[in-house]
Ligand binder design. Structure first.
Ligand code: NI
Length: 390
């Protein structure tokens, strides 16, 4: 089961695009040059200016490719993310980032190039009955750019009925795919707990309320949420990442402490419950010692949930491209803001093998350009199978 021949021919060109993007990484919503590059390529491949819209979700780009016919009335969204990470590159590639401290360490340069490659093919052939909406989004890395595009009316304005995206996956051999129906990536919420006791002299604890001790008890107690409150067959992770107090000396009892942490889950109902449990434990443990705890809860990305039918379409397209498609892969606990698009429309998110490299977000991470024709073929197969030419 091969990649489409046209993509094998185009691989060198798409690789050049990818490496250009790699050399010029931009953060969050500041993807101005990247978005301009996307627009230029879309024009080069023959899309009319009227089919391209910029500034959706601040710096996102949306473009439409019409099939030869449109009797199906079907509209499919294909999404790529464009932003990089604040990481100093140590990948050793001969086309490194030209921007100090910024690196495409998650392969979004590859995703953008792959969607551009698919767009070139779909624009040349138009061998489908319906409409494709290309979605190039900013700020996937913590900025909720996908939500910003949805808030700008992405789904309704372009009449998108279903939506698909891919992410490269280090550790999965190049040429392979992995996906599953249901939850694929976790939600990610953050909390900050400010604990206030009563500072004092280390030698007179009876005159103080030892905030460090109280905050320590809170940390320990929070871990009972995952082990005791959560149904053991469900997946929830709670991590306290920071613990700071206002004491700067070994002989001072802290007055205030600040804990920061994250709760991730594959179960939407546990997002709500976890917030309540964190508040309950923090406030009541503090109260037991005569201290107070204030909890600030910041909701992050939702659970990425693939819908069953669309996952099946994604699997069928992947099987047309590759002999190795895992349609029941284990979910993972990072989060992904494609989740916002999947909250608005049915769709599927699939992992594309990126071979043996450092994990995403590592300074030594390398995107494998051999994955390009595989990813392009998947998008193209999906379109041609889901909207067969009339
Ligand atoms: Ni990513």
């Amino acid at each position: 089961m091969p990649v489409k021949n046209r993509f094998a021919e185009m691989q060198e060109e798409i690789t050049k695009w990818r490496r250009h993007l790699h050399e010029n990484p931009e953060l969050l919503y500041e993807v101005h040059k990247t978005a301009a590059f996307v627009v230029e390529r879309l024009k080069d491949i023959g899309l009319d200016e009227s089919a391209i819209t910029t500034g959706i979700g601040r710096t996102g780009v949306v473009a439409v490719i019409e099939g030869k016919t449109n009797t199906s009335g079907r509209v499919i969204g294909l999404r790529a993310d464009m932003d990089a990470l604040p990481i100093t590159e140590a990948s050793g590639v001969d086309y490194p980032s030209k921007t100090p401290g910024v690196m495409h360490a998650c392969g979004h340069d590859g995703h953008t190039a792959i969607l551009l490659g698919a767009a070139k093919y779909l624009s040349e052939t138009r061998n489908f009955d319906g409409k494709v909406v290309l979605i190039f989004q900013p700020a996937e890395e913590g900025g909720a750019g996908g939500k910003a595009m949805c808030d700008d009316g992405l789904m309704d304005r372009w009449g998108i009925q279903e939506v698909y995206g891919l992410h490269n996956m280090p550790g999965l051999p190049v040429g392979q795919f992995a996906v599953r129906p249901g939850a694929l990536l976790a939600s990610s919420d953050e909390f900050e707990i400010t604990v206030t006791g009563k500072g004092g002299h280390a030698a007179a604890p009876h005159d103080a309320i030892d905030t460090t001790l109280v905050a320590s008890q809170i940390v320990v107690s929070l871990h009972s949420i995952v082990s005791r409150n959560v149904n053991p067959v469900k997946r929830v992770v709670l991590t306290v990442g920071t613990f700071e107090t206002d004491s700067t000396a070994s002989n001072v009892i802290a007055h205030q402490a600040r804990l920061q942490g994250t709760v991730r889950t594959l179960d939407t109902e546990y997002r709500q419950l976890a917030e309540g449990w964190v508040r309950q434990i923090a406030e009541n443990v503090a109260a037991a010692y005569g201290a107070t705890a204030e909890v600030e809860w910041t909701p992050g990305y939702p659970v990425t949930i693939n819908t069953p039918d669309e996952t099946q379409y994604a699997v069928e397209a992947a099987r047309a491209v590759s002999a190795h498609v895992d349609d029941d892969t284990d979910p993972i606990l990072p989060s992904e803001d494609f989740a916002y698009m999947l909250e608005e429309r049915p769709g599927a998110y699939i992992f594309l093998g990126n071979g043996d490299t450092a994990m995403c977000h590592h300074p030594a991470y390398v995107f494998d350009d051999e994955a390009i024709p595989v990813g392009c073929s998947w998008f193209a197969e999906l379109v041609e199978r889901r909207m067969p030419a009339a």
